[in-house]
Design a protein around this ligand. Structure first.
Ligand SMILES: NC(=O)c1ccc[n+]([C@@H]2O[C@H](COP(=O)([O-])OP(=O)(O)OC[C@H]3O[C@@H](n4cnc5c(N)ncnc54)[C@H](OP(=O)(O)O)[C@@H]3O)[C@@H](O)[C@H]2O)c1
Length: 295
């Protein structure tokens, strides 16, 4: 098979990855081998500064807490105009107030991404806010489910697969015309190392995350011709509500860095993957896990 977007990379497109991996922003990334495989060069032309998101638009699902919150703020600080969503209206309004004070360009709407009709309404909102174009889609929101297979119910299976997998697939599908219209769109899925290695009591959750890893590669291949890059971040244990409330404890992971990560150690990678500097990276699943998956 040839190169999906049909050109070899430039040395600068490798140098930018080297630079990113040496920054403090990648402090929870070790032992990764991101392969540079395809291109989008129109995004590069869009901004003079290749390490910037100035002038771009983004939709981040689940931006009121944890990793999603850190990504919203990271993208906005790099100059993106961001729209986010969550189910809890009062928490969303609290965040919107805070972002206003911080002078971050962020709007938001209440949306339960497990509902097909609410996803369609969300994309209509985004389309009218951003005049039918979207540069960045971050499929972040998910449902954690840490239950043994034998204790898991039909409802557990249904709600976890709908929230974690179907929603990201459908949002990507309905965002496609907007991303294509921007001339250089970027999708980032947030999966999990649970989709790469087997962890105890998370069969359904892990299966949804493994499916997202493969979906990343397939969409990257299908949509390269539309100048849409698709990548995925697989976090290890991160100190968030989901990470600390329900999941397995850090001691059970055997983490070489011997600590859980911060949401702010995931968000810089999301921003990097959407920047013109990452123009030759697509179809990749990159772990931010303190080295857990290296062996
Ligand atoms: N934390 C970890 O250790 C870890 C590890 C690996 C992967 N991940 C992945 O990272 C992503 C973010 O996790 P997190 O730890 O940051 O979670 P979190 O702290 O629980 O935050 C989740 C965010 O998503 C929103 N959300 C949840 N369900 C939603 C729904 N159905 N519709 C719309 N919004 C929804 C929440 O707001 P509302 O509750 O108001 O809806 C909240 O803003 C997830 O994909 C998760 O699987 C996390």
């Amino acid at each position: 098979m040839g190169i999906p977007l049909g050109r070899p990379g430039e040395p600068l497109e490798v140098a930018t990855v080297v630079a990113f991996l040496c920054m403090h922003a990648s402090s929870y990334i070790t032992s990764q081998e991101p392969r540079q495989e395809a291109k989008i060069s129109t995004a590069m032309a869009k901004t003079e500064n290749k390490w910037s998101l100035q002038g771009t638009t983004a939709l981040v699902t689940g931006g009121t807490k944890g990793i999603g919150l850190a990504i919203v703020e990271e993208l906005a600080r790099f100059g993106a105009t961001v729209h986010t969503c969550a189910r809890n209206e009062s928490e969303l309004h609290e965040c919107l107030e805070k972002w206003k004070i911080l002078k971050l360009n962020v709007s938001g709407s209440v949306c339960d991404i497990s509902s097909r009709s609410e996803r369609e309404k969300l994309m209509d909102t985004v389309s009218s806010l951003f005049q039918g174009k979207l540069d960045i889609l971050i499929n972040n929101a998910a449902k954690g489910l840490f239950k043994g297979a034998l204790n898991s119910t039909e409802e557990d299976y249904s709600i976890t697969t709908t929230t974690n997998l179907e929603s990201g697939f459908h949002l990507s599908q309905i965002a496609h015309p907007l991303l294509k219209a921007s001339g250089g769109g970027s999708i980032v899925f947030i999966s999990s190392i649970a989709g790469i290695v087997a962890l105890p009591v998370s069969s359904i959750y892990s299966a949804t995350k493994a499916a997202i890893n493969q979906l990343t590669r397939n969409l990257a291949l299908e949509w390269a011709k539309d100048k849409i890059r698709v990548n995925c971040i697989a976090p290890g244990p991160i100190k968030t509500f989901l990470g600390s409330a329900e999941g397995p404890r850090i001691e059970s992971f055997g983490c070489p860095m011997e600590r859980a990560g911060e949401a702010e150690e995931v968000s810089p990678l999301a921003a990097f993957l959407c920047m013109p500097v990452a123009s030759y990276i697509t179809g990749q699943v990159i772990c931010t896990d303190g080295g857990i998956t290296m062996s």
